[in-house]
Design a protein. Sequence first.
Length: 385
Amino acid sequence: MPFLDHPTPAHPDEIAFQAALGFPHDYPVHAPGYPLWIALGTIARYFGTGSYTSFAVWSFLASIIGPLLLYRFLARRLDARVAWFTAIAFGLCPLAWFHSVTALTYWAATVIGLVIVDGCANAVESERFAPRLVAACALGVGVFLRTDCIVYFGPLFAYALWRRRSLQSALCAIIPVVALVGFYILAQFLYNRGESPLFDARFGHSRSVLLGTSVFRQGLIDGLARNLLKIGVNLGWNLAPLAAGFLLSLAFRARRSNAPGRNGDLMRVVVWWLAPGLAFLALFHVVEGYFLWLLPAFFIAGAVWLQQCSSKVATRMMAAVALVSIAQFLAYPWSSSSTGVKRTIDAKIAYLSAAGLRSIDQRHLIHDVGDFWRTGAQDRRDEGG
């Protein structure tokens, strides 16, 4: 991916990640601590990379591996050409492109998530034990990278095990539970080594931030409605080319065939993949990076829909989606001097572009947390608007 050279940090969390290299006693990362991410950065740092690059290199590698995993997943179920262009379109959507050169955790977690999804889908489609074991191990590893992998992929994993109820499935279910316990013990160790034990305070702060934008604390207007608006903005920016392809495909609706049974199982996997994540975003907390874990599901659903028109239509549509996404990212005229409606768009979502990335250190000039949604909400510590 281009644009490796951009102002840093792209996000405040990156400062804490760099300070945590080598796991110092006064562990600076906010809960849950992301120990696997810090370990990966520490390994890269050992080989002489800069502190920021020590993390960004993993994001860059993950941004290549992720689309390849998506291609492999789809090529088993759809036309190979459709699978290829779908994977490219996903890898070139603005959020994916932007995060591929940051020191943030979301691309690495997306790779783990795609391994979990692949294992769960294979488990649903066959009685083999190996896919369930792979999904269980990947979910266990994901806990140490980001514990919220349990929220986003745990329900899909549980669904796959329920579809293949057996002693083997019960044994697989133990793996992420053991991993979660192990993570809890490790987190206690990391935060309580310094002069002042920080475990309770750090996790209490994270819990407060999470609930501070939730429907349970802020109500239906400042909580649910505000989160739904942010969900719409993020999905709209990243999926606009795919949505346009979907609308064009309606012209071929008369030629669509009924979905075969295998795709029926695939779409159920997509639903179990999307529903928990979207529910969490709507009810609790919206952060742009979370959408990277969900976008592949939308591309899979789009590919299935388009191939029901024909493989030729699907291939051309997905190729067009990829080209439009490239143009969207490269050509969008982001500016810190924007005014009016464009200022709001630039501040809230369009910074996920090449120009926005190159000027990410200027975003604060046009973005204030809460400067658009001016109601009674008191907690403005999230990234939303």
